[in-house]
Write a protein that binds this ligand. Structure first.
Ligand code: ADP
Length: 307
């Protein structure tokens, strides 16, 4: 069973500054780091570290081969990443002394996916495989429609949230994964309790994983349980593990990777959520994005100690 992740790949250029650059100002930065990022790439890394067979589908500039090496060293299959004459997606991130950030995002190659590429990729897929998408690449609706035609399950993490686009494509989605802000934006509510109450009423057919930060995860499903037939309506809540968080970057991406890997491995939804909560709890105790995603062994050891 393979998961095709149609996802963004970004280079995050991180500059530490005393303050954000002001209009007309030129200033030297105190430090510089260039890190692999993008929700798509992070989720592929999490899936691979969780033991899933993941093929990343996307594009980068042909000069940025180091990205391919890095993803491969982490276990991601990169054969479906195109090398093209368009700048790799990137973020210019200013980080000030108060640890606030200010970000310029350039989509670049992340929006260069073509219908031919989608068709070619999905012609390799077989029923039982999954397609995963976030909202940082183009052709989302087209890819979902084609996935459905091939009998492939679709998991969608609509981040950053575009409520209009998301509502339009929900009919193609088998599993929706949202954080609380995205859920509220989609439903048009302003607090989490009414969102949890309103979601299954608004979308009774949909299986939804709603991550609630340090509170945990809520799951509800009308007809299907994360891609498997279930007997009826399901709703459950899994508490997050209590840890000392230092950086929540990539917590959601880690959760998604581990949860999907577990489901594809045949674990039930409660086991899968629990394992993903453990993985993301470890992630928030570490600084960084892809580098803070734990290995399977670390998650197994954490669960043995904490459950
Ligand atoms: P996102 O990063 O997409 O905003 P969340 O903040 O909801 O997603 O985090 C995803 C998951 O990571 C949560 O459901 C939870 O299991 C775990 N998590 C996030 N923050 C913490 C925390 N402070 N302590 C423990 N687990 C956390």
């Amino acid at each position: 069973m393979t998961i095709y992740n149609f996802g963004s790949i970004n280079l995050d250029h991180l500059y530490q500054l005393d303050h954000f650059v002001r209009p007309g100002e030129t200033m030297a930065s105190n430090s510089y780091q260039c890190l692999l990022g993008g929700k798509g790439a992070n989720q592929s890394v999490a899936l691979a570290k969780a033991g899933a067979r993941v093929k990343h589908v996307g594009a980068i500039h042909y000069n940025d081969q180091a990205i391919i090496k890095q993803l491969e060293s982490l276990g991601v299959d990169t054969a479906l990443i195109e090398k093209i004459d368009v700048p790799t997606g990137h973020a210019i991130i200013q980080l000030n002394k108060e640890a606030e950030n200010s970000i310029i995002l350039y989509q670049g190659a992340n929006h260069a996916l073509t219908e031919e590429q989608v068709d070619q990729v999905l012609s390799q897929a077989t029923a039982g495989d999954w397609v995963l998408l976030q909202n940082e690449t183009n052709l989302i609706e087209y890819t979902m429609r084609k996935a459905q035609e091939h009998g492939v399950k679709v998991a969608f993490n609509p981040a950053p949230m575009d409520a209009e686009l998301t509502k339009k494509v929900l009919g193609f989605v088998d599993l929706l994964i949202v954080n609380e802000v995205e859920a509220m934006d989609l439903i048009g509510t302003s607090d989490i309790d009414s969102t949890i109450a309103a979601f299954p009423k608004a979308y009774p057919e949909l299986a939804v994983l709603m991550t609630l930060g340090k509170a945990g995860v809520c799951y509800f499903s009308g007809k299907e349980s994360a891609g498997k037939k279930s007997t009826g309506e399901e709703k459950l809540f899994v508490k997050a593990f209590s840890v000392k968080a230092v950086d929540t970057t990539a917590a959601g991406d880690t959760f998604i990777g581990f949860c999907l890997a577990s489901l594809m491995n045949g674990d039930d939804i409660t086991q899968s959520i629990t394992r993903a909560c453990a993985a993301s709890a470890i992630c928030v105790t570490r600084l960084g994005a892809a580098s803070s995603i734990p290995t399977q062994d670390e998650v197994t050891a954490f669960l043995a100690k904490n459950s």
